[in-house]
Write a protein that binds this ligand. Structure first.
Ligand SMILES: [Zn+2]
Length: 96
């Protein structure tokens, strides 16, 4: 997904602007991996293979997203994920 397209997305729950954190881009400068963060509801939406995952909470499975967040640990800036929301909780020591 192009960076300029990412900037047009808003949170599907409260229509707030999303902050994009880019983890990986491809040779054409398209975002392949990263996440979108909503400052209003604290939800985090992962971008996987260029596709933002913006399903309602009940259609998301944390067990499928968890390996991404573990790999993106340094990009989460010391925060952790709870109920698809970015929290200030401590990061597990084994990941640092
Ligand atoms: Zn939101």
């Amino acid at each position: 997904m192009r960076k300029s397209t990412l900037e047009k997305l808003c949170c599907p729950f409260d229509k707030a602007n999303l902050e994009a954190t880019i983890v990986a881009i491809d040779f054409n400068d398209n975002v392949q991996e990263g996440y979108l963060y909503c400052h209003v509801c604290n939800r985090i939406f992962p971008i996987v293979m260029g596709i933002p995952i913006m399903n309602p909470d009940e259609y998301r499975e944390f067990q499928y997203e968890q390996p991404l967040y573990e790999r993106w640990n340094k990009h989460l800036k010391g925060k952790s994920i709870d109920q698809f929301r970015l929290t200030a909780g401590s990061v597990r020591k084994s990941l640092s």
